[in-house]
Design a protein around this ligand. Structure first.
Ligand code: AMP
Ligand code: ZN
Length: 112
């Protein structure tokens, strides 16, 4: 756990979130400001500042995130979804604990 990390605090249960899935490796919870009908954040339990750092330090957690993203999409949006990792402040990353945005539903206004 990293001090002053919002998502470490959510993983630890110190800050509430609407959890939709969790296991030994990952936690998934609804984004507080949803941009799509389904907008869930999937995070590793251990701290890494971004997805590449996570891939280097704990690749099994990144794999678990992919499986969790698919499971959430299967349950909520027919298994079809975007999985986005904003990386770097200039790309819109605001929380520096690796997380994938699972976006599903009407994505007609989506960038890519
Ligand atoms: P990013 O901008 O890619 O770093 O994504 C961070 C996301 O965290 C944003 O979409 C925020 O809406 C979301 N967020 C911030 N605080 C919370 C919170 N307390 N619970 C759930 N989602 C949050
Ligand atoms: Zn963290």
């Amino acid at each position: 756990m990293s001090d002053d990390c919002l998502f470490c605090s959510i993983v630890a249960g110190d800050i509430p979130a609407e959890r939709v899935l969790e296991n030994d490796l990952v936690v998934a919870f609804r984004d507080i400001a949803p941009k799509a009908a389904t907008h869930v954040l999937v995070v590793p339990r251990t701290h890494a500042p971004d997805v590449a750092a996570l891939a280097a330090s704990a690749p099994e957690q990144l794999a678990a995130m992919a499986l969790a993203a698919q499971e959430i999409a299967d349950a909520e949006c027919g298994g079809e979804y975007k999985w986005i990792f904003n990386t770097g402040a200039g790309a819109g990353q605001t929380v520096f604990h690796a997380h994938g945005h699972v976006l599903g539903g009407d994505l007609s206004g989506s960038l890519v």
